[in-house]
Write a protein that binds this ligand. Sequence first.
Ligand SMILES: NC(=O)c1ccc[n+]([C@@H]2O[C@H](COP(=O)([O-])OP(=O)(O)OC[C@H]3O[C@@H](n4cnc5c(N)ncnc54)[C@H](OP(=O)(O)O)[C@@H]3O)[C@@H](O)[C@H]2O)c1
Length: 336
Amino acid sequence: MKSSLNNEKIILKNRPNPEVNESLFELIFEGVRELVSNEILVEVKYISIDPAMRGWISEIGNYSEPVPLNETMRSLGVGKIIQSKNDSFKENEYVVGWLGWQKFSIVNQKQIQIKVDPKSNNLSANLGVLGLNGITAYAGLIYKCKPLAGETVLVTTAAGSVGSAVGQIAKIYGCRTIGVTSSDKKAKICKDEFGYDHVINYNKVNNLSSAIKELVPNGIDCFFDNVGGEQFDAVMENLNTNARILICGTIGMPSFPIPMGPRINRTILIKRAKIEGLLVLDYFDRYNEIYNQLLEWYKNGKINIKEDISTGLKSAPSSLVKILNGLNSGKQLVKL
Ligand SMILES: NC(=O)c1ccc[n+]([C@@H]2O[C@H](COP(=O)([O-])OP(=O)(O)OC[C@H]3O[C@@H](n4cnc5c(N)ncnc54)[C@H](OP(=O)(O)O)[C@@H]3O)[C@@H](O)[C@H]2O)c1
């Protein structure tokens, strides 16, 4: 049975071949059905746009199942509950969850990450520094890299949503921070707004490895990598003994064919380095705990946020293309 509400949603029509463009998606209109027991109807306010979506829409997926063709595009979002048949959720409460690229979303409890209070912070921040990106940054840096005061932390995509949170958390822990990014504009943001000690614009230096060596002759202690490829190779030539390397993302590497690089076995051996991967989904059981820590820092002005917000559901596909081409400046969001 349908309610009187009309939904707008964006479905996946085709898979990337290999590039992601707006024509892979289609906007459709349909009525919102009635809720069944335990379901919640959410009016979506902001949608999160994430690089991982490139994997979600491809044939092989990445760490989660591919989004099926002709289904609503998967995404996190934040919104207001407008109807509930679940005793744990009430009308007018706000939640973060897997709401998808649509105006109205029917979800169950499992698809909800957390309830949020719109009075305690910007609603949109719950998708960036207080959301998946902040949780990723915190878990990767604190649980995996375990930085010590005085150590040097290098971050790729330093001006981005995850990267900027890593840089700022590392400063809170008393580390020296080095950001790597693509433009002078982003480098300035890194210094002025995210407090990096040094920033390297990889498009301006002749040799990224030499530029790092000049800044940090003793080498990097914690390497938080979001890019892979040549940036990864350059940093790996500059490790300190006992370095910890976190593989968080590979946005700079094509999905296919996967490019080959130097063999790093001997570097890992000589530097007694530790290299690990991280998937934020593994930390969802600690979401509340990490969220509360990030919220405290955010409220105390220790963490700044920068957002890149487009307006209207229709702008979601172009926002995804934008982030995959590095043209965003801060957390990429769509406001409905
Ligand atoms: N492992 C996990 O659980 C997890 C969770 C969330 C995010 N991540 C990863 O974290 C990384 C950052 O995500 P985010 O949401 O915070 O995005 P973001 O950093 O706000 O935006 C993506 C940035 O990636 C860089 N980029 C884009 N295309 C590139 C290319 N071809 N080569 C090199 N750099 C490119 C650009 O930064 P520059 O202009 O500075 O180069 C761009 O601004 C991504 O790799 C993402 O997959 C991982």
